[in-house]
Structures are given as structure tokens and as C-alpha cells.
Design a protein around this ligand. Sequence first.
Ligand code: 5AD
Ligand code: FES
Length: 360
Amino acid sequence: MSILHILEKSEFTKSDIVQLLSLNDENVKILFKTAAKIKQDNIGNVVFLRGLIELSNICHKDCLYCGIRKSNALIHRYTLDESEVLSAIKFAYENKYGSVVIQSGEIANSGFISKIDRILKLAKEITNGEIGITLSCGEQSADTYQHWFESGAHRYLLRIESATEELYYKIHPHNQLHSWHERINALNNLKKIGYQVGTGVMVGLPFQNIEHLATDLLFMKEMNIDMCGMGPYIEHKDTPLYQYKNSILPLNERLFLSLKMIAILRIMMPEINIAATTALQAIDKIGREKAIQIGANILMPNITPGKYRNNYALYENKPCTDENAEDCKSCIDTRVHLIKHTIGYNAWGDSKHFLHKDKL
Ligand code: 5AD
Ligand code: FES
């Protein structure tokens, strides 16, 4: 089938998506143009910001790709204290970011759970209830999710990493702590509680092919997600998956494939929020801008205190680890204007898809 025929369809099949993911040259330009137009028509050229706070790199999991996995003894572990988190939140508020994302390695003890809870309540207090808060703190019990929701979190990011169970267990240990079914369960719990739910995958993993990626996009559609963050897999030398570094796509192809994933998802889900992730920037200095031009609408400038940034190394060459929050701010502003977009300051920038769900 010709690309134009596929792009006219209201629903894509798996083989349509595989065909779109395989596009090159002139045809990919048609895909990107279509996605850009759908974004423009549905959500316009506004980019919303979420100040990213990397709360802690302590993690009780051992994902085989991740630099902060429990078994990596080569990194210095840190946890921000409450006052550091709150001053980062204050920075975001004063600079009109509208929202923050609190991200952390996965920890499920009661101390951590109540610390997040206190931070949520204080964050609302010091910002007149105005700051929007997204959490990205891994799998937790339904009770914990409920508790955090009531304390003020309204969005949650939990990447499925791969929607194919078999591939999931090739990139995670196969045990109860890393259960694919539990992860799906967690996503469903978040939805039921009323969060705007985001998920995502890594693109260009060892053992991954484009059928897997097509399955990932269909999974997101099926789950009716509100937000997505996906980006290229980037090998980290102190992780088990590093041994496959010669069997994966070159970095520029991982980036290209990630951009195609974003463009196709934008066409499939016109009103969701899609992040231009930091991993895109790790491969290409203007990778995030490229993503915004073909469908993404969210940027997550890092506002973690500078001295901790080097330690939150999920992958190698993570950008902006030397910067401080002020530098990130002016840099983001310039970058967004250069691609003829504007920043939605002082706004939560909720997922339109979520806001429209009630009306169905
Ligand atoms: N390359 C790219 N992304 C990674 N993540 C973790 N490790 C890597 C890596 N090596 C992503 C995962 C996780 C998110 C916080 O970071 O998708 O969900
Ligand atoms: Fe921390 Fe995967 S290594 S959640």
C-alpha cells in the first residue's frame, strides 16, 4: 500500500505501522509533514515545560540497561533532601514553568513514600496550589498511588519499556520484582485512580525489531494513554546489556527511528502529550527540536541541583549534566523560539486527550 493510502486511514494496523517505521528519504518527509500538521491542527505550536527533578538515584531494581540499577556499584548514590526539592520547585514556579516532574529510582519503603507525600503537600503550599506535579517514581502499590494523588500529584509516568512480554524479559531480570504483568497492572491502577497516565518505550534496544515497536504503539493506543515519553536506547558501559553494543543500530539510526515513532504516535493519538526526551538530545544536539517539529509538545528542562546531576546517569553522554537550572532556562527559551514554537508559561499544559475523555 502506498504511504498516502496508509496515512489517510483512521486506524493503523500493525503492518501499516511497520511500513511507516521502514520509511526513508522522500517518503519519510511525507510522514513527518503529516504528523506536524496533525499536531498544529490539534494542539498548536505551544511547548509546555516540566522542570525535571531527579530526586534520588537509589533503586531497588536491576533493569539490564539502566546505569542506576541496584547492582552498579560504580556510582555515587544520592537523595535530595526535602529543602533541595522544594527550592527546585520554587525555581520552577518563579520561572513560570507551570509544572514539575519528580523522578526517582524505584524505592518502595515507607520512608520514601511519606517523603514524597510531604513534598507534594509542601509544593502545593509554597506555590498557592498552582504548580502541576507529575510523578515518575516507578511501580508502587495502588494505595500509595492513591495517597500521592490525594496529596496533589495528578500525572504519572511509568514506561512499559516494551509492550512485548518476551522482549521485556530480555532487558530485565525475569523475577517478581521485574514483572511485566505487574507493570501493566500498575498502569491500570494509575488510570483507575484518575491520574493522567504516561508511558513509553526505548527505541533501538538489543533484540528489538520494528514489529516490536509497532506493537508498542498499538499498546499505547489500546491503553488509551494521555502522555508518552520515548527515546533512543543508549548503552551504558556498566550494565549487562552493554555486551550487545555491536549488535544494535548505530546511534543516528536509533534517533531516526525514535523520530518516526513520535510522528506515527502523534498521528494515531492527536491530542496526547508527547515529550521530546533528553535521550534524543544525547545523540543529536538538536534532537529534541527535531522531535518537536514532527509531533512532540513537551520539554523537561532539568532543574536538579547541578552538583547531583552527574550521578543520575541512566545512560552515557547524558546532556546538561554540567549546567545549572538558570542555564537550562535561557537555553530552552532560545531553542524553542528558533523552531517557531512558543512556550506555554504558567500553565499546567494538561493532556488534551485526558481532558476530552470525560466528554466521550
Ligand atoms: N538508554 C535510554 N533510556 C534509558 N532509560 C533507562 N536506561 C536507559 C538507557 N540506557 C529510561 C527508561 C526509564 C527512564 C527513566 O529512562 O526508559 O523508564
Ligand atoms: Fe531502577 Fe530499572 S533500574 S527501575
